[in-house]
Design a protein around this ligand. Structure first.
Ligand code: SF4
Length: 437
């Protein structure tokens, strides 16, 4: 990476440090494919060439891909032990390359995780993936976790760049990336309003811009765009939208059905182990086993949807009553991180980008309130003080497990987008139903 002049970073990622052997779910033990480009491969080979045992260690731990073109990012891959952990992971749960040779010798994928670096025309940006439990903790639980600060980006030279927004693009959807993305971050940060209202502001702005601002849109006057962005910075506009949301009915049937379609289908995909275990626990009381057909193994399972909906609603309302501000902090920080790490240009238009976030948040709310440890809490008598640490712990577990599934199991993410397309989820009223779920 060339040495850039300026950088910005989310505050929680400035605080991040891998906690190594203290981590509850070490990334080096995941069944993820860790690839090396040719430079990584050559450096590691050189590093581990001092003795015959080292050379054998390298040969066991690193294998060239069948396709060997020099420019490929998957020129080689680290090998896994039988238990799925990386060959270079030591008995102390620390990386042996890092421990014995230093961080500078790590492959770029390992040195970068869980950092997400984006290159914008005038700066580099640092966000993170919440699939790392420590990153999730720092992001979700701190009031100032998603504040943005100017930082010196020297030191990021060896990291992978996740996304590059080109300096000059003919497509206005890309060219105006920064002011548009910042406008959405500003709306999410308007904490004087409830989180649902902030999501609504973002969806309304996305809808208004959708008339002329989308991928490969025909040319338009930039003044039109900036007029809309300014309108959504005006307190009276936000106050009017807040009142409008309060008066809107939002039937829960559609979001409930979407969440179940996606998550029940995910049960069959066997995504990340922790997430698969979480889904099994969440659905265990609500899936009735049909009698197995002879010779065909386990029978089909029927979801007791009515019971599940009633239980979910009661539990959600209870926790919102008692710790609603804390829940808004988690999900507001999750949303800001989403806008920072996932370029909206990956979606055909801004409302689609908003809806993809809203359906994730709906799934997270469902998984949080249906988590067995949350289900075990009943009644309103216990002091809120005692419940907050529990909720903090469970939200971290739910969000890092979910992020592992959605970011490391491509079939799961494709499944989410497919369900949205199949159900025709593309309108503002869909966003309203999802954000009130
Ligand atoms: S998941 Fe995060 S905290 Fe845990 S070992 Fe990996 S980088 Fe470190």
């Amino acid at each position: 990476m060339a040495n850039p002049e300026s950088g910005v970073a989310l505050r929680y990622m400035q605080r991040f440090q891998c906690i190594g052997s203290a981590c509850e779910d070490n990334c080096c033990c995941q069944p993820w494919r860790v690839t090396l480009d040719q430079k990584d491969y050559a450096r590691l080979k050189r590093t581990l060439s001092g003795s015959q045992p080292e050379r054998e260690w390298f040969a066991r731990g690193c294998r060239r891909s069948r396709k060997r073109e020099p420019g490929r990012s998957d020129y080689a891959a680290l090998q896994k032990r039988r238990d799925g952990a990386c060959v270079f992971l030591g008995a102390d749960q620390l990386c042996a390359i890092h421990a014995t040779r230093g961080a500078a010798e790590l492959p770029k994928v390992c040195a970068t995780y869980p950092r997400i670096v984006s290159r914008l025309p005038d700066r580099l940006e640092l966000a993170g993936t919440l699939s790392c439990p420590e990153a999730a903790r720092l992001c979700l639980l701190a009031e100032d976790g998603v504040e943005l600060d100017e930082v010196d980006p020297r030191g990021w030279e060896g990291l992978l760049v996740h996304t590059s927004v080109p300096t000059r693009s003919r497509d206005p959807y890309v060219r105006y990336f920064l002011p548009v993305r910042d406008a959405f971050l500003g709306l999410l940060a308007a904490r004087e309003y409830p989180l649902a209202s902030r999501f609504f502001f973002a969806a309304c702005l996305a809808q208004r811009l959708g008339a002329f601002f989308f991928k490969r849109a025909p040319p338009f006057q930039g003044a039109r765009l900036f007029r809309e962005l300014t309108r959504f910075r005006t307190p009276s506009t936000l106050a009017r939208l807040d009142r409008r949301l309060a008066s809107r009915e939002a039937p829960a049937g559609l979001p409930f059905a979407l969440v179940q379609q996606i998550l029940v289908a995910a049960l069959t995909l066997r995504p990340a182990p922790r997430f698969a275990a979480l889904l099994e626990q969440v659905y265990a009381p609500y899936l009735r086993e049909e009698s197995p057909v002879a010779g065909l193994g386990r029978g089909a399972r029927t979801l007791l949807g009515g019971e599940l909906w009633e239980d979910y609603r009661a539990r959600r309302d209870r926790w919102e009553r008692r710790l609603g501000d804390r829940i808004a902090l988690y999900l507001g920080n999750y949303a800001a991180n989403y806008w920072m790490k996932e370029c909206y240009t990956g979606a055909p238009d801004l409302l689609t980008h908003c809806l993809r976030l809203q359906v994730r948040v709906a799934m997270l709310r469902f998984l949080l309130f249906e988590h067995p440890a949350i289900r075990a809490v009943v009644g309103d008598d216990a002091p809120e003080r005692g419940e907050r640490p529990l909720l903090d712990r469970i939200v971290v577990e739910v969000i890092y497990s979910f992020s592992r599934a959605i970011e490391h199991t491509p079939a799961f993410l494709h499944g989410v987008h497919k369900v949205l397309r199949r159900n025709g989820i593309r309108r503002l009223d869909h966003a309203v139903q999802l954000l009130k779920f």
